[in-house]
Design a protein around this ligand. Structure first.
Ligand code: AMP
Length: 410
């Protein structure tokens, strides 16, 4: 059922607790913590502006890194409050506690349309334990709860699930922020009955991470394209030689079952017909690759590792992608971090953008595909890029995410 969103709420003068995803990359530079990428902060602006316009008293809660229940100064959210102040052009108060008297006092000082960011909620072990008492302390700050942190919605933590249950049991409203709502719309509703041909592109390191997604999407897709190291486990299932490629030998049966299901359901299931291979070298415990070249053969030589899809596979995959009306892409085609092995991933990215400009809906399921699109400066040319990694995959598997389940139905 559709969830309540911020657009449905009357918020004037209400204390609004918003769970945001401010788990930004941060590092020490010259004695100061510096945020390297503010994409996640920028992504919350539409929700924050809507809340300001509605006259809410805005309390933001988030986590940063893995302090494991301890106060770790390098993981304080203070630099995020400073950054948000600059980006939004309005003062964002910071409180170095997220519960207790100091936090309660900071909340009580808020006027309509003002913002307060609470300290890293993971400084308390009770957050990840989804502790009821801690959830009640967080809930005491608010009249209404909003979740805009899709990337954390697959965890049943106090700030994602517990607090929402407490507010709901008090008769309060819990709704999705605009960012969360877009995730639910594109990863959920749009893929429920996709326009055909529906092409799913999956890559990355492991079959085990994505097999449930493959299994579910085999019910809906017209074609599944497999790249990345995942493809080699499928090659093994087909009785092909994979040389020194990264494989999961214990997942061959699972891969075989997916191939059988594809046949049964008449889903076109393509794995690379050629590859870029390279020789893994170890010198003084350091790994590198040498002698990389195209291997125009389904089998990979014994001493070589498959590191990217080859030119024929790029053509094959690109032609299928360009005919698609709906595209879902998750995972790179090769070790794209190394420029020598990035062509497969970037070619797929270009084909997805081309299909999009011809009218296809392209949905990028988070993680490294988003990184690759941004690296190629193509992020704005797809329909939707998910902000979740693990959360996107679990959602695509068809699981109900605790942070979503906890929100009020419309
Ligand atoms: P995932 O998080 O499962 O999407 O995996 C992404 C990672 O898979 C990236 O860091 C890639 O370098 C890696 N990857 C993709 N293709 C290969 C390959 N052929 N061999 C080893 N690693 C790969």
């Amino acid at each position: 059922m559709a969830k309540l969103t911020i657009n449905d709420l009357e918020l004037h003068g209400k204390r609004l607790l918003i769970r945001v995803d401010y788990n930004v990359p941060i590092e020490e530079q010259g004695g100061k913590m510096v945020i390297n990428d503010d994409t996640r902060i920028q992504a919350t602006l539409p929700t924050l502006k809507a809340a300001i316009d509605k006259g809410a008293k805005i309390i933001l809660t988030a986590h940063l890194g893995r302090p494991k229940g301890k106060r770790e100064p390098s993981l304080s959210l203070r630099p995020v409050a400073e950054k948000l102040t600059k980006i939004i052009g309005k003062n964002v108060e910071f409180c170095d506690q997220c519960v207790g008297d100091t936090a309660t006092e900071a909340v009580s000082k808020l006027e309509n349309g003002e913002l307060l960011l609470l300290e890293n909620v993971r400084y308390h072990a009770e957050e990840e334990a989804n502790d009821l008492d801690f959830s009640k302390q967080l809930a005491a700050h608010a009249d209404v709860y909003l979740n805009d942190a899709f990337g954390a919605a697959h965890r049943a933590h106090a700030s994602t699930a517990g607090v929402a249950s407490v507010i709901t049991s008090r008769g309060g409203q819990c709704a999705a922020g605009l960012l969360m709502n877009r995730e639910l719309q594109f990863l959920g509703e749009e893929l429920e009955s996709p326009q055909e041909p529906f092409v799913v592109i999956l890559g990355g390191a492991k079959v085990s991470d994505k097999i449930k997604v493959i299994d579910r999407l085999l019910e809906k897709a017209d074609t599944i394209l497999i790249g990345g190291a995942m493809a080699y486990t499928f090659k093994l299932a087909k009785g092909l030689n994979v040389g020194k490629s990264l494989v999961e030998r214990d997942k061959v049966t699972v891969a075989q079952a997916a191939l059988d299901k594809a046949k049964e359901r008449n889903v076109q299931f393509l794995i690379p017909t050629d590859n870029i291979v390279a020789k893994p070298i170890e010198i003084d415990g350091k790994f590198s690759f040498g002698d990389h070249h195209v291997n125009d053969n389904q089998n990979i030589p014994d001493d070589m590792e498959g590191v990217d899809i080859g030119p024929k596979s790029i053509d094959l995959f690109s032609n299928v992608i360009k005919e698609a009306k709906t595209i879902l892409w998750n995972g790179p085609m090769g070790i794209f971090e190394d420029q020598r092995f990035s062509e497969g991933t970037f070619s797929v990215a270009r084909a997805v953008c081309e299909a999009t400009s011809s009218g296809a809906k392209s949905i990028i399921g988070g993680g490294d595909s988003v990184k690759a699109l941004n690296k190629a400066d193509l992020g704005s040319q797809v329909t939707f890029m998910s902000t979740g990694g693990g959360a996107s995959l679990e959602f695509l598997e068809g699981k109900e995410l605790p942070g979503v389940a906890a929100l009020s139905d419309k």
